[in-house]
Design a protein around this ligand. Structure first.
Ligand SMILES: [Zn+2]
Ligand SMILES: [Zn+2]
Ligand SMILES: [Zn+2]
Ligand SMILES: [Zn+2]
Length: 235
């Protein structure tokens, strides 16, 4: 579990960079696991000083000084005296989607991933995935993903790989419009339909987030009523 450092007390905050200033006050300073530094005083929701995901941040000394650098920006929080100095466990916070199979934590969805509030479990989700109420045998929720068809797979790609399900459905299901060989399901960043004749034939299209529903005049399968070929001029 990642930790944040929370230091509270009387300090002088200096910022050198595009907006230089010095501020003195009794504040709470938070250094997040991604090195983001926030300084909060008594008022409002906005920090009085901050540096988001800087190149580097460090805490040293007693009483401590927090220093963060990002390019030419430099934030320095020099404590004269502290009332709190603690390492606190923190997790991603997001929409709760169910219990963690491994322990007391909750699985939450945040930034295209499922993460546990209590352990290191984290699963990146395919783009456009919907988390379902149904549960895989492994205890994780299932997700629905559309790639030419609607697939329901485990949120853990290693448990039930999306690629294998898509391959089973669409590998060699269509002919290449240029040379007639099979279109294969390949992963290159995203999932593609690529000609089996590669490199002699380099026809390939990305497999859209829509369902297969017919054929275009140019020979490609259509998805959601549209031809996936970027150069296709058919309506
Ligand atoms: Zn967990
Ligand atoms: Zn599973
Ligand atoms: Zn081809
Ligand atoms: Zn077309």
């Amino acid at each position: 579990m990642p930790h944040a450092r929370l230091i509270a007390g009387d300090c002088t905050t200096t910022f050198d960079g595009d907006r230089s200033y010095e501020k003195r006050g009794r504040v709470a300073c938070l250094r997040k696991p991604d090195d983001t530094v926030l300084v909060h005083d008594a008022d409002g929701y906005q920090p009085v000083a901050w540096l988001t995901r800087p190149d580097a941040a460090m805490v040293a000394g007693d009483p401590p000084t927090v220093e963060a650098r990002d390019g030419d920006d430099r934030l320095r929080v020099l404590f004269h005296e502290t009332s709190v100095d603690a390492r606190i466990p923190v997790s991603a916070a997001g929409v709760p989607v169910g219990p963690c199979p491994d322990g007391p934590g909750a699985l939450v969805r945040r930034s295209g991933a499922l993460a546990c509030t209590d352990c290191d479990r984290r699963h990146g989700l395919p783009a456009g995935a919907t988390v379902l109420d149904s549960t895989c045998e492994c205890g994780l929720p299932k997700v629905a993903v559309t790639r030419g068809d609607r697939f329901e797979v485990c949120a853990d790609r290693s448990c039930e790989p999306l690629d294998a399900a898509v391959r089973e459905r669409f590998d060699r299901a269509f002919d290449c419009p240029d040379c007639g060989r099979d279109l294969r399901v390949v992963r290159a960043g995203g999932l593609l339909l690529g000609c089996d004749g590669y490199p002699d034939c380099d026809v390939s299209v990305s497999l859209p987030d829509a369902e297969h529903d017919g054929h275009c005049d140019c020979g490609f399968p259509t998805f959601g009523g549209r031809c996936p070929a970027p150069t296709c001029s058919s309506p």
